[in-house]
Write a protein that binds this ligand. Structure first.
Ligand SMILES: Cc1cc2nc3c(=O)[nH]c(=O)nc-3n(C[C@H](O)[C@H](O)[C@H](O)COP(=O)(O)OP(=O)(O)OC[C@H]3O[C@@H](n4cnc5c(N)ncnc54)[C@H](O)[C@@H]3O)c2cc1C
Length: 271
């Protein structure tokens, strides 16, 4: 099934966008990691969300997701990895699937981790962001997983099941990946592993890795008052567009981005 709008990120901005897309009669698919891996989940008290003082992050996120489910929003667990635009459609790869949609709302929060030396240079030459997509290329060979979530542990397990010898680094901060044209080794926190591939499994992707050509200012996605980015049919909302990095701002921008995405889909139909 193809959807009108793909929402990348299931936090407050993405969920708010999704219910507003549904409110305008369009279909919405939210792609995100499990709710428990959202950064807000761990917050013990959210004091400044209007009408709900003292709610926990987990309670707030659960209520938002239930609301979206009740409104007919569809969910897909996974990570959007890349996007391409062709003939008024966006093709977004999510794990090993591709979603064909008319518009996208980028609500991916902020990326806290910086890229490691060697990561960009060896991307596609042993460096990968998706074990279930690229793992088979390294079947029965030594690989490293740099894991930053519970989901990463499942992906490491998949690699073991297909015969890879897996060296798992748990949330490493300082790593260097090296090799002559292809990955040969990774050094994390003083420990070296000789490997043919390095799977870097962060919960979030840098917006420009997903959408090359996206306007960025001071590290945040540029968007106008309709939350439109410079790319056709791509809207952005929440922390990824800049401060204040707060739930109320994310939900408000999600509303605008959702309405704008739905209006864009209507305009496409009239073309
Ligand atoms: C501990 C803590 C306490 C906080 N307390 C408060 C508070 O009291 N009040 C307040 O207003 N704010 C608080 N915040 C800030 C608040 O959590 C954020 O402002 C809010 O969650 C932003 O919502 P968002 O939807 O833009 O992004 P997020 O909530 O970060 O959601 C984005 C989601 O998208 C996912 N994602 C990223 N890239 C991809 C991809 N390529 N494919 C699929 N999914 C992807 C991310 O993993 C994430 O789950 C707190 C934050 C933390 C960490």
């Amino acid at each position: 099934m193809s959807f009108d709008v793909l929402v990348i990120g299931g936090g407050p901005a993405g969920l708010s966008a999704a219910i507003n897309i549904r409110a305008r009669g369009k279909s919405a698919l939210v792609v995100s990691n499990p709710l428990e891996e959202n950064p807000l989940w761990k917050s013990e008290r959210v004091e400044n969300y209007l009408g709900l003082p003292g709610v926990t992050g987990a309670e707030l996120l659960t209520a938002m997701q239930k609301h979206a489910e009740a409104d007919g929003v569809e969910f897909l667990a996974g990570k959007a990895l890349s996007a391409a635009f062709m003939l008024d459609k966006w093709y977004v790869s999510v794990g090993s699937d591709v979603q064909e949609v008319k518009a996208v709302v980028l609500a991916a929060g902020v990326t806290r981790e910086k890229k490691f030396p060697g990561e960009a240079e060896l991307l596609g030459r042993g460096v990968s962001y998706c074990a279930t997509c690229d793992g088979m290329l390294y079947r029965d060979r030594p690989v490293a997983v740099l894991g930053y979530s519970e989901t990463a542990r499942h992906e490491a397990e998949f690699l073991r099941e297909i015969g890879c010898e897996v060296k798992y680094f748990d949330r490493p901060r300082d790593c260097v990946i090296s090799g002559e044209g292809m990955v040969e080794q990774v050094l994390c926190g003083g420990e070296t592993a000789k490997v043919d591939a390095v799977f870097i499994l962060r919960p979030a992707m840098a917006p420009t890795d997903l959408f090359p050509g996206l306007g960025i200012e001071n590290g945040y996605v540029q968007a106008d008052r309709r939350m439109a980015t410079g790319l056709p049919g791509v809207f952005a909302a929440g922390d990824c567009t800049g401060g204040p990095l707060q739930v109320a701002k994310a939900a408000g921008e999600g509303l605008i981005a959702g309405q704008s995405a739905a209006a864009y889909v209507d305009a496409l139909a009239r073309k």
